[in-house]
Design a protein around this ligand. Structure first.
Ligand code: ATP
Ligand code: MG
Length: 562
């Protein structure tokens, strides 16, 4: 079996869940969650997490919650919440009525903090942020205890209550849990669980001026929702002891945190922070620029939800970090569109062809196959007449040895139509080729010669009289380096200056006049194209090239042998 057909591999998370279900751990329930922070748009890395969380829940008859981790009012916006919901739905997943927000738990989280203070497990610290950092120590040096660490519970309760009431300015105090300032795990050196932030919050308004920190919020949100398996990325491995400590100390229900390797993709940046820089720096047109690795970007580019889900299946889930080849994602799209996308003809860089022996007024409707992979897709008629367009680079006046397409005196096939022979080349005053005159052989209708003579090339074409005008955008990788910003280089130095080519003079077959936004086609010989979600209009479509037809992954897989 070739590598490109490898069935979905099993993974260690599935194995853990399977075992838990078998042993009836936590009543055999499976409840997962996808917990985005609404501080940016989702990217393909998030798709991996979405497919894993929703996928595992579905596989084991469980549920997956959508939970917004909205604890930082400075960076979060409702625009992001809306886009995240749209993206998860578009990928094909449904959280039903389980749309949760960490901010809905602020009241409960506050009560838990009070409980920790009362039990002597938390204290208000009045060191400055900088001092806290100094006292924290390093990987090689233990930390130092804060002079405020031994405040009485009564004093702590009073201060915490007043922090909540807004008596203090940002940074005056924080609430920390009391664990161990000498722990080898820095996350256990009395981590801060609350800070003052006098900023209003999209959902809670001005009700709160203190906000809980991520580590404290996340484990309790999981607990409150009855999550069974809390799947997160590897960088949280060192946070797991804190996750467990908080829940154990409060004696509440304890989910199991399991870490997996995040997705890294070659030629791609996957960090919201950097993606925001690309948007704000004007390197791309927005979060949904078709060159962006966001779900919105891939969608606009022409990727199908299925292709992204297949990709997430194929890459599997592992414990160790690795870098996935972008070519695999593109391969998954080609594989999907090869089955589903109708074939059409479009000429991106037109060169006029006049068939001198074809009657001036005549129009023939020629039968074209919609999808050779899908007989049920049927056929359509494409108009043929005396003046046509072919691709400029399908003609050469003085062809090198290996060029088999149209050239003076040479005969080629026009797809679904006739053999034509180039008789004359017309140039303008500057010597540019503006038109090619040909003759056609009427006996070759449908594309074959009754006398059995062969041609070495088949060209796509459109009828000049019937063609519709269109803009087509050719996208290439945003970065021209497999690891943008790798080493010490600034990633902007790896931006591919040729990542976008806009062609405004394209000629498409008339059936595309009614192309629906987001509909995808294979332009024969050129690649897969998608009618732009926003810019495409009836009669005046705009297409984005999703991928070319050249499948680098299939080549790699073949070479790798199997
Ligand atoms: P980024 O690093 O891009 O800012 P994040 O981890 O801060 O991402 P969150 O909104 O916190 O973004 O992520 C939501 C969920 O998606 C988390 O469970 C996180 O672990 C997961 N996730 C984020 N990036 C990846 C990735 N590259 N691969 C797999 N899962 C990811
Ligand atoms: Mg995060």
């Amino acid at each position: 079996m070739s590598q490109t057909e490898t069935p979905t591999p099993s993974n260690f998370i599935r194995n853990i869940i399977q075992e838990d279900v078998k042993t009836n751990k936590r009543g055999g329930r499976v409840v997962t969650r996808f917990p985005p922070e609404p501080n940016g748009y989702l990217h393909i890395g998030h798709a991996k997490s979405i497919c894993l969380n929703f996928g595992m829940a579905a596989e084991f008859g469980g549920r997956c919650n959508l939970r917004f981790d909205d604890t930082n009012p400075l960076k979060e916006e409702m625009e992001y919440v809306e886009s995240i919901k749209e993206d998860v739905r578009w990928l094909g997943f449904d959280w039903e009525d389980r749309e949760y927000y960490a901010s809905d738990y602020f009241g409960q989280l506050y009560s838990f903090a009070v409980q920790l203070i009362e039990q002597g497990h938390a204290y208000v610290d009045s060191l400055s942020a900088e001092e806290i950092r100094e006292y924290r120590g390093t990987l090689t040096e233990p930390g130092k205890e804060s002079p405020y660490r031994n405040r009485s519970a009564t004093e702590n309760l009073d201060l915490f209550e007043r922090m909540r009431a807004g008596e203090f300015e940002d940074g005056a105090h924080v609430l920390r849990v009391k664990i161990d300032m000498t722990s080898g795990n820095l996350n256990l050196r009395d981590p801060t669980i609350y800070r003052i932030r006098k900023t209003s919050h999209d959902r809670t308004g001005d009700r709160w001026v203190i906000y809980p920190m991520y580590d404290y919020t996340h484990c309790l949100s999981d607990s409150l929702e009855g999550i069974t398996h809390s799947l997160c990325t590897l960088e949280f491995e060192d946070h797991r002891p804190l996750y467990d400590w908080v829940l154990k100390t409060l004696a509440v229900y304890r989910p199991q945190q399991i870490e997996f390797a995040r997705l890294n993709l070659s030629f791609t940046l996957l960090s919201k922070r950097k993606l925001i820089q690309l948007v704000e720096g004007g390197y791309v047109s927005g979060w949904d620029d078709p060159r962006m690795p966001t779900i919105q970007g891939f969608r606009r580019r022409g990727f199908t939800p299925q292709s992204i889900r297949t990709f997430c299946d194929r890459i599997g889930v592992a414990k160790r970090d690795s870098i996935v080849d972008l070519a695999l994602l593109e391969h998954c799209l080609r594989e999907d569109l090869n089955k589903s996308a109708p074939r059409v003809m479009g000429v991106l860089k037109p060169l006029k062809v006049v068939i001198v022996n074809y009657p001036e007024e005549k129009v023939e409707e020629l039968e074209a196959i919609n999808n050779p992979e899908e007989p049920a897709a049927g056929v359509r008629q494409v108009p043929f007449c005396r003046e046509l367009y072919i691709e400029r680079n399908d003609f050469m006046e003085d062809p090198p040895k290996k060029f088999f397409r149209l050239a003076p005196g040479r005969e080629v096939r026009l797809r679904y139509a006739y053999f034509i022979r180039c008789e004359e080349v017309i140039k303008d005053a500057d010597g540019n080729i503006v038109e090619v005159r040909c003759t056609y052989d009427p006996t070759t209708r449908g594309g074959d010669a009754p006398d059995g003579r062969k041609v070495k090339a088949t060209l796509h074409w459109v009828s000049a009289r019937h063609a519709i005008d269109a803009e087509v955008r050719l996208y290439d990788r945003l970065f021209n380096h497999p690891h943008p910003g790798g080493g010490k280089t600034d990633y902007t130095e790896h931006i591919n200056p040729k990542s976008l080519t806009v062609l405004t003079d394209c000629k498409l077959e008339p059936s595309l006049a009614s192309a629906e936004p987001e509909s995808r086609y294979q332009f024969e010989r050129l690649g897969y194209f998608c009618a732009d979600r926003w810019d495409s209009q009836p009669g005046r479509p705009a297409f984005n090239r999703a991928v070319t037809l050249r499948d680098q992954w299939a080549k790699i897989a073949k070479k790798g042998g199997s």
